[in-house]
Ligand binder design. Structure first.
Ligand SMILES: NC(=O)c1ccc[n+]([C@@H]2O[C@H](COP(=O)([O-])OP(=O)(O)OC[C@H]3O[C@@H](n4cnc5c(N)ncnc54)[C@H](OP(=O)(O)O)[C@@H]3O)[C@@H](O)[C@H]2O)c1
Length: 338
């Protein structure tokens, strides 16, 4: 079997998960090179990796460069993705830097796999909250059409990187050590705009057009690009919740044609990458603690709107570090080698 040399850029929460997912999915990797800003040795599930400091020359002989560095002007992808492409690698980037570039496909393998083949060296992984939403919506969209989406996300701390996980941990242990007396903590680690322990806040990313955050706009614009339909009216509220890993989404849709909750359940249950968990008699519905470590997108609480024709509610949960990032990226690489 042909082997492919892989570079993983970034060893934060997503980069570590990428190393894990490559192994677990038995990706036919030859050499695996790992880069970050500085050198160190790390261990993931008992496997040792020597992390090298990244440079423009890091990608010689690499087939796939999986980027999981920070975003923006000085981030890994903006600085090094073009060097990787020049060296002959296909870049799969987890950040937002290239997602809306018309020359860069934005791919969720269960939804628009054919787009992956139209790349010019760079393929973008969508935002974690977009990925799980489109996995759940695409089968319904194909069957019944969707004209309206109202989504509220409840996003875990790890969605904001390793610093945010540390912030939540520090806050939780300070509150516990105060005997739960002092619920207002001034953590030394300030990766998020507010305290998260014993709290939720409606602020992910930065405030942008029409008073929505850029995280909320990602759900709109990325969904339009992936579904090739910018007519779907989407409105989002993104909320940070004190969960370690696993994003939940309360999604309201209005379909073009009627679809009953029973038909939606059956359709989703046979769709790729989805597990329907919807048995309210037995209190069975998806929760982030159960989705952590899993690659599937879980859907439950499917029910109709009693007042609006063709209105349907879904509750959708997935592991933001796996399906929302690492697994989706590795699945894209798998699409290209098969
Ligand atoms: N967390 C999620 O759920 C999630 C989901 C989807 C997409 N994403 C995206 O995935 C990317 C990684 O997120 P994360 O949560 O894993 O972040 P993170 O935990 O903060 O880790 C970032 C990693 O990137 C490395 N890095 C930063 N700038 C770099 C540069 N210029 N060159 C090389 N390496 C660099 C850091 O290196 P050092 O260790 O040396 O500092 C660190 O290892 C981000 O673009 C994020 O938006 C995250």
């Amino acid at each position: 079997m042909k082997k492919y040399n892989v570079a993983v850029v970034g060893v934060g929460v997503v980069g570590i998960e990428m190393l894990r997912v490559l192994k677990q999915r038995k990706f036919p990797a030859g050499e695996v090179r790992v880069f970050a800003r500085s050198e160190r040795d790390i261990e993931v599930d008992g496997e040792k990796y020597s992390v090298k400091a990244i440079s423009g020359q890091s990608f010689k002989g690499i087939d796939f460069a999986l980027f999981a560095g920070t975003e923006g002007e000085k981030g890994a992808a903006v600085t090094y993705a073009k060097d990787a492409v020049k060296s002959g690698a296909v870049v799969i980037d987890n950040g937002a830097d290239f997602r809306m570039d018309p020359k860069v496909p934005l791919v969720v393998p269960e939804v628009n796999p054919k787009d992956a083949k139209k790349h010019n060296g760079i393929i973008a992984n969508p935002n974690c909250s977009t990925i799980q939403m489109v996995v759940a919506l695409a089968p319904i969209y194909k069957k019944a059409g969707i004209k309206r989406v109202i989504v509220t996300t409840l996003q875990a701390s790890s969605g904001a990187g390793k610093g945010a996980v540390e912030q939540l941990k520090e806050e939780v242990s300070s509150i516990a050590s105060s005997g739960f007396y002092n619920l207002h903590i001034n953590a030394s680690n300030k990766s998020m705009p507010q305290q998260l322990a014993y709290n939720v806040f409606p602020h992910i990313g930065s405030f942008a057009e029409c008073d929505y955050t850029n995280e909320e706009w990602k759900l709109v614009k990325e969904t339009h690009k992936i579904m090739h339909d910018d007519k779907i009216k989407i409105s989002a509220t993104t909320i940070r919740v004190p969960v370690r890993t696993g994003h939940s989404e309360s999604i309201y849709i209005e379909t073009e044609k009627p679809i009953t909750p029973e038909a939606a359940r059956k359709l989703l249950a046979k769709s790729p990458g989805i597990i329907v968990m919807d048995d309210i008699k037995n209190n069975l519905y998806p929760m982030p603690k159960d989705a952590e470590g899993r690659d599937e997108t879980f859907v439950g609480r499917i029910r109709k709107d009693p007042f609006v024709k063709n209105g349907l509610w879904l509750w959708v949960v997935a592991d933001n570090l796996r399906k929302g990032a690492a697994t989706n990226a590795v699945q894209i690489a798998e699409l290209l080698i098969h």
